[in-house]
Design a binder for this molecule. Structure first.
Ligand code: GLP
Length: 240
């Protein structure tokens, strides 16, 4: 049965149009006073970052808080999410403060506690999310506690395989990550989730129209009052 949802679903022609649509959501949030932006990595947000970089928006008074980071990669490792953010956004558009979980800190209790404090001190106004093929958000894999805060995650084989394309060898993909929890993500005042392509279609349908279940971490977004979804036609193809 189709589940009612509060989500505002916008279907765009392609990633470029999605970048423009996502940019508009950021611009509006900032115009409305957003001070803390929750940012994401992966291929999906890239066109949004291109639009942000090309714009005249000024982030020098804003704070960014990223979702996740691999454990064991230093900030200068080319596949670290620190590096990704520097390359795609922060070098061109510096923020007053930019936070990413510290993947170089192998003391998980300390690293995750420190990040929860950062989130508590910088409540997120707008959180950008991509979507994993298995319905994960951040690195919250199926089965994650919906009330979870920042935690160490053992990546699933499917996520390791999906991310192997960025590494020379699948053996080099880190097996663990630090990720904001589902509970942390749901604290954001507004959420923007973006998905492109056929490979995401089943996860998109489960997120929007399936039951709210730990099997699909993104389905918890149905419980949030202010979620904007940007999809291309392929990602939307399994919606009723
Ligand atoms: C990784 C990231 C997620 C991201 C997902 C999808 O697992 N931790 O935050 O949403 O990949 O990535 P892509 O946008 O490249 O499909």
């Amino acid at each position: 049965m189709k589940q009612l949802t509060n989500m505002n679903v916008q279907i765009v022609s392609d990633k470029q149009a999605g970048g423009q649509a996502g940019f508009n959501v950021f611009q509006q949030a900032i115009a409305n006073g957003a001070k803390v932006l929750g940012l994401a990595t992966g291929s999906t947000p890239v066109t949004i970052y291109e639009q942000l970089v090309a714009s005249d928006l000024d982030f020098s008074q804003l704070t960014s808080v990223n979702l996740d980071e691999y454990v064991g990669l230093n900030a200068d490792h080319p596949q670290s999410y620190h590096y990704f953010m520097q390359h795609h956004l922060f070098n061109q558009k510096p923020f007053a403060n930019s936070y990413v979980p510290d993947g170089s800190n192998l003391d998980a209790a300390a690293a995750t506690h420190q990040y929860d404090q950062i989130i508590a001190e910088n409540p997120i106004d707008l959180q950008l999310l991509g979507l994993g093929q298995n319905g994960h958000i951040g690195f919250n894999e199926p089965g994650t506690d919906p009330e979870s805060t920042t935690h160490k995650v053992a990546l699933t084989p499917s996520t390791i395989a999906a991310n192997a394309r960025f590494f020379d060898d699948a053996d080099e993909v880190p097996r663990y990550a630090y990720s904001m929890g589902i509970g942390s993500i749901l604290q954001a005042k507004q959420i923007l989730i973006v998905a492109y392509g056929e490979a995401k279609a089943a996860a998109v349908a489960a997120m929007i129209q399936g039951p709210v279940t730990p099997d699909v971490p993104a389905s918890y977004l149905q419980t949030h009052p202010n979620v904007h979804v940007i999809l291309d036609e392929a990602a939307a193809s399994q919606l009723d």
